[in-house]
Design a protein around this ligand. Structure first.
Ligand code: PLP
Length: 391
């Protein structure tokens, strides 16, 4: 039998064909009216996709570049900051803020869980220059309650900047950037927007722009003030990833096209799609005998499940690749071998979910020797889907 390669990973995610065509045709110079028209269109679309009146900037880097930019542009050596961490990407905030000389206070939640808000309330101090958190922690597939954290910030430390890594949160979770007062919200191209890695985007509030005037950490390539000045003219400070920007425009057109051309509605449809697929996947995998790794606060971006005691999740990852040419993600770091992760962010639809669960039935039976009845996982997912479309 032939096998068709499929990505079920939380970044990179499957590519949208229309975006691939736009990238292949992006034979334009970046200091021309053609590029300026494209750039301005994409920046305007991104504002709608992020859902904010704030500036949205694009950077030619992976998501971590925008994480670094938010630290280097908003902090000075010796600033006290608070990091909320519950996984590998939270740990990246800790490492980054330390690398730029911040005094870092940390609130930790165990892998697979989100934060106790009372603990956050006690840890947060008005002198914290900024609070860094993930919208969704991709390494554990946990969703954090950004709205509640923003409310705590308003109550306890209203001057503190709220910086959210929404790299897998955007397009899978609802964020009210302006209503909640998110000062920086970061996204990445290889996640919900269906194009390859290489672009990061971020929204920046007026409060963050004002703070930038006083921050003393060094920055050059990721100088956000310089990017803003150039963006106002329809250009980027340096040679941008032109092809990716063309692909991003096509992807945002596609997302709008899913809701009659209305990008805001399209974004909501994309979030709902991720939520239904995530719920169906959870139901299907639990029906097969797996245990949810993040049962109390599961993300819609991805689902993490633990394999039964004594089994190795690497075997599942390997079997899916060998037999069905499909790629899921192993656990990261010490979670490797214990969990596997299946993504729902971006260009995944319900049929992808059903296909994956069908393959997982074979792997649960043949590789993990679990008692499986054909259709067991798929049936559980079908019920979730049927309930969701009934409304
Ligand atoms: C993918 C991801 C990142 C960014 O990683 P890059 O490899 O730099 O693109 C950051 N945070 C989260 C939560 C992610 O899922």
């Amino acid at each position: 039998m032939i096998r068709k390669t499929r990505l079920f990973t939380p970044g990179p995610t499957p590519l949208l064909p229309a975006a691939q065509f736009a990238m292949a045709a992006a034979d334009i110079h970046h200091r021309t009216p053609e590029f300026r028209a494209l750039y301005q269109k994409v920046l305007a679309q991104l504002k709608v996709f992020v859902g904010t009146k704030n500036d949205v900037l694009l950077l030619s880097s992976s998501g971590t570049g925008a994480m670094e930019a938010s630290v280097s542009n908003l902090t000075s050596p010796g600033d006290r900051v608070l990091v909320l961490t519950a996984g590998k990407f939270g740990e990246r905030w800790v490492a980054l803020t330390k690398a730029f000389g911040c005094e870092v206070d940390v609130v930790e939640a165990p892998y697979g869980q989100t934060f106790d808000l009372e603990v956050v309330r006690k840890a947060l101090k008005p002198e914290h220059r900024a609070l860094f958190v993930q919208g969704t922690e991709t390494s554990t597939a946990v969703r954090h309650d950004v709205q509640a954290i923003a409310k705590l910030r308003d109550a306890v430390a209203p001057e503190t900047l709220l910086v959210v890594d929404g790299i897998t949160g955007l397009g899978t979770t609802h964020f009210d950037v302006d209503g909640w007062g998110i000062d920086v919200l970061i996204g990445g191209s290889q996640k919900a927007v269906m194009i390859p890695p290489g672009l990061a985007y971020l929204s920046v509030s007026d409060k963050a722009w004002a703070a930038m005037e006083k921050s003393k950490n060094p920055r050059y390539y990721f100088d956000l003030r310089k990017e803003r000045k150039n963006a106002a003219k329809g250009e980027s400070a340096y040679t941008p990833a032109v092809a990716l920007i063309a692909g991003l425009g096509a992807a945002l057109d596609y997302i709008a096209g899913q809701a009659g051309g209305d990008l805001e509605k399209g974004r909501i449809a994309l979030v709902n799609n991720a939520q239904v697929n995530a719920a169906a996947t959870r139901a299907g995998l639990v029906a097969l005998g797996f245990t949810l790794f993040a049962p109390t606060a599961p993300a819609a971006a991805a689902t993490a499940v633990a394999v039964p005691e004594g089994m190795d999740s690497s075997e599942v990852v390997k079997a899916l690749k060998t037999r069905f040419a499909s790629v899921i993600a192993n656990g990261q770091g010490e979670m490797k071998g214990k969990i596997f992760r299946v993504a729902h962010l971006g260009f995944f639809d319900y049929l992808d979910t059903v296909a994956l669960l069908g393959a997982m039935e074979h792997i649960a039976k043949d590789t993990l020797k679990l008692p499986v009845q054909w259709g067991q996982a798929v049936a559980a997912a079908q019920q979730v889907y049927a309930d969701a479309v009934k409304g």
